[in-house]
Structures are given as structure tokens and as C-alpha cells.
Design a protein around this ligand. Structure first.
Ligand code: HEC
Length: 120
């Protein structure tokens, strides 16, 4: 038995995630990105979530989870918040507050972009 213990702990450490990483995974798993954007930048009427106060964001998420919304626009958040646990909200809001954009190099090939000719 005592030979197994070190491996058990190695396994635990290998899978230990920071709240930030957990939040990142949840953000993708729960589909938050589809409205709020991959970079949490927001889109149209969907608010930007990056680098905003954790206290405010969790206050809002818990309200949505309790099915409280202030206007019709916010109603659509309820479906995405009802299933969240306190721990998940904590991880998600940590991710949002501390969000750092990952620069993965160029995402688009812009070498064919014709600039300044109006695109014709
Ligand atoms: C179907 C689109 C959609 C999805 C998916 C979605 N949201 Fe939202 N979210 C909204 C809308 C709309 C609002 C409210 C905007 C307003 O107040 O007018 C909102 C508001 C919020 C707010 C409050 C921000 C503020 O400024 O009041 C938070 C926090 C939030 N969403 C987090 C999340 C998280 C976390 C997820 C994933 C579990 C998620 N959202 C998924 C559309 C979406």
C-alpha cells in the first residue's frame, strides 16, 4: 500500500487546477463564450465580462440563478445560470476578473488584405 501513496499524490497534483483554470474550462463547457465571446469581450447586447469586479459578477450570476432578472434582455441568462453551484460561480468569476488575453500568434492570414482600395 505504501508504494501506491506517492503515485496517488502525483496524480492529485497533476490534476490540481487553479480557480482561474477551472473557470476557463467552465466558461467553454457551459457555452458562455457563444454570447460573451471567446475573449470575454462581449458582443452586441451581451456584456463584456473580462476584468470586471468579481463581487458584482457573482452577485449578478446568483440573481440569475435565483431566476431574478431586471428586464427581458436578462431573461436569457437564467437558463445558463440555474445549474451553477457556488463553487462554479466562484471559479467563473475569478476567471472573468483576472482574465488575461492569450496571444496565440496571428489568427488570420492578412497577407491578402488589400488596404485602402475600398476592397474592389
Ligand atoms: C444566450 C446568450 C448568453 C449566454 C450563453 C450567456 N450569457 Fe451571460 N448574459 C447574456 C445577456 C443578454 C445578459 C444581460 C445583459 C443586460 O443586462 O442587458 C448577460 C449578463 C451576464 C452577466 C452580468 C453582466 C452585467 O454586466 O450585468 C454575467 C456575469 C454573465 N452574463 C455571465 C455569463 C456566464 C458565466 C455564462 C455561462 C454560464 C453566460 N453568461 C452565458 C447573454 C448570455
Amino acid at each position: 500500500m505504501r508504494f501506491i501513496f506517492p503515485f496517488f499524490f502525483m496524480f492529485l497534483f497533476a490534476h490540481a487546477q487553479t480557480p482561474y483554470e477551472k473557470g476557463k474550462v467552465l466558461y467553454m463547457e457551459k457555452g458562455c463564450y457563444s454570447c460573451h465571446g471567446n475573449q470575454l469581450e462581449g458582443l452586441h447586447r451581451y456584456p463584456k465580462l473580462s476584468n470586471r469586479a468579481k463581487g458584482f459578477l457573482s452577485y449578478k450570476l446568483k440573481r440569475f440563478r435565483d431566476k431574478i432578472s431586471d428586464n427581458q434582455q436578462q431573461e436569457m441568462m437564467i437558463a445558463f445560470a440555474v445549474g451553477l453551484s457556488d463553487a462554479e460561480i466562484d471559479a467563473l468569476t475569478t476567471y472573468m476578473q483576472e482574465f488575461v488575453e492569450e496571444k496565440q500568434g496571428k489568427r488570420y492570414d492578412t497577407s491578402f488584405l488589400l488596404e485602402g482600395d475600398g476592397g474592389s
